[in-house]
Design a protein around this ligand. Sequence first.
Ligand SMILES: [Zn+2]
Length: 56
Amino acid sequence: MSDRAVPFHCPYCGDQDLRPSEQGPGSWECRACLRAFSLKLLGLVRPPASRGVVGR
Ligand SMILES: [Zn+2]
């Protein structure tokens, strides 16, 4: 599993014309709205526990 996340759409305008930015790993540029942004993995979340189950 790669640790590089590849966005398929710009989170700001929704365009798909993205390219990697020179500003570092995980940085992307949108050529449609000319925004630069970065993606960062914060970690994994726990799957939601089913209701009514308390404790382990
Ligand atoms: Zn955009």
